[in-house]
Design a protein around this ligand. Structure first.
Ligand code: ZN
Length: 123
């Protein structure tokens, strides 16, 4: 099911309507709290990287729901042969498909590329 979410299939009503009646997606489980805390933690970590605070890298963080703690991995740095060094600051142009295709995101990127290529476009 993670794959279906990552690929954007859950954004397509045709996908959901085609699932069997006993499929887990149809259980109407509310995972909003977990999704919002994951998004919040990602945003806070990104902000900690870009907002000047004297700490350039707080390290990897893992939130533990059961006891409410956040684990940290300190002082871990990439070695010379680490793949991530080759994709720093390349964004969508890194050529990496980390979690699978996401049809809606790909469509949005294509629209953006077409806008950038449009004649008479102002910078
Ligand atoms: Zn690394």
């Amino acid at each position: 099911m993670k794959s279906a979410e990552r690929e954007g299939l859950l954004d397509d009503p045709r996908y959901k309507n085609g699932l069997p009646a006993d499929h887990p997606v149809r259980r109407r489980e509310n995972v909003f709290s977990f999704s919002s805390v994951a998004a919040s933690l990602e945003l806070m970590q990104m902000l900690s990287i870009v907002v000047p605070s004297g700490v350039a890298d707080v390290g990897a963080q893992v939130y533990h729901f059961t006891d409410g703690t956040i684990g940290k991995e300190k002082n871990r740095i990439c070695g010379n042969s680490c793949f991530f060094n080759t994709v720093i600051a390349r964004g969508d142009r890194a050529g990496v498909t980390a979690l699978g295709r996401h049809a809606v995101a790909e469509q949005a990127r294509e629209v953006q590329v077409q806008r950038e290529l449009a004649p008479g476009r102002r910078a």
